[in-house]
Design a binder for this molecule. Structure first.
Ligand SMILES: Cc1cc2nc3c(=O)[nH]c(=O)nc-3n(C[C@H](O)[C@H](O)[C@H](O)COP(=O)(O)O)c2cc1C
Length: 168
C-alpha cells in the first residue's frame, strides 16, 4: 500500500486539530502523522502521498517552520509525488492575504514538479485576494477556524473523500 503522511506542526493547535480530523476520515493505519518542525528531505521523500498543513502567518507568509524547509524543498525533484495542501486562514481578518501561505507553498511545490491534488471550490468564502487561487479554485482545502469553524467537519469529510480518489 502507498504510504501517506500528514505533515504539520505538532505545536499548532488549530492546524493540529484539522490534521487529526483528516486522519479520522482515512483508515487509521493508512496515514502517518509527521511533525513539520522536524521534517527533513529523506523523511519527506519517503512518502508516496503527502498532505501538508500550511496556515498563513505574518500577513500573507508561511509559518517559520515551513519557511525553514523551503530551501530543502527547492532542491527536491518532486515529479510524480502527489501532494495535497490544507490551509488555515482568516478571511475577515486578512481578506487581502487569505490563505496566502498555502498559495506560496503550492507555488514552490509546483515549481519542483509535484502533482498537486485536492483543489476545492471558492464558493462559500468571501475575500479580496489570495495567492492560493488556481483559476476558480483554491490549491487545496481552505479552513477558516475564526469565521467558519462549524463547517470544518463537513469540509474535511468531503475533501478526504476527494483525496481517496485523487490519491489512487
Ligand atoms: C499575526 C497573525 C497573522 C495572520 N495573518 C494571516 C494572513 O495573512 N492571512 C490569513 O488568511 N490568515 C492569517 N492569520 C490567521 C491564521 O492563519 C489563522 O488564525 C490560523 O487558524 C492559524 O492556525 P495555527 O494557529 O494552527 O497556526 C493570521 C493570524 C495571526 C495571529
Amino acid at each position: 500500500m502507498n504510504k501517506t503522511a500528514i505533515i504539520y506542526s505538532f505545536n499548532t493547535k488549530k492546524t493540529g486539530k484539522v490534521a487529526e480530523r483528516i486522519r479520522e476520515n482515512f483508515n487509521d493505519d493508512q496515514v502517518e502523522m509527521v511533525n513539520a518542525e522536524e521534517i527533513n528531505e529523506e523523511v519527506f521523500m519517503s512518502f508516496d502521498q503527502i498532505i501538508m498543513g500550511v496556515a498563513t502567518w505574518f500577513d500573507g507568509e508561511l509559518p517559520n517552520f515551513w519557511d525553514e524547509f523551503v530551501p530543502a524543498l527547492e532542491d527536491l525533484d518532486l515529479k510524480g509525488k502527489k501532494i495535497a495542501l490544507y490551509g488555515l486562514g482568516d478571511q475577515k481578518g486578512y481578506p487581502e492575504n487569505f490563505l496566502d501561505g498555502m498559495g506560496v507553498m503550492a507555488g514552490i511545490l509546483e515549481e519542483q514538479g509535484a502533482s498537486l491534488v485536492g483543489f476545492t471550490s471558492i464558493e462559500g468564502y468571501e475575500f479580496e485576494s489570495s495567492k492560493a487561487l488556481r483559476g476558480e479554485q483554491f490549491a487545496g482545502l481552505a479552513i477558516d477556524y475564526e469565521n467558519q469553524g462549524s463547517m470544518n467537519k463537513e469540509r474535511i469529510a468531503v475533501w478526504v473523500d476527494q483525496l481517496k480518489k485523487e490519491f489512487s
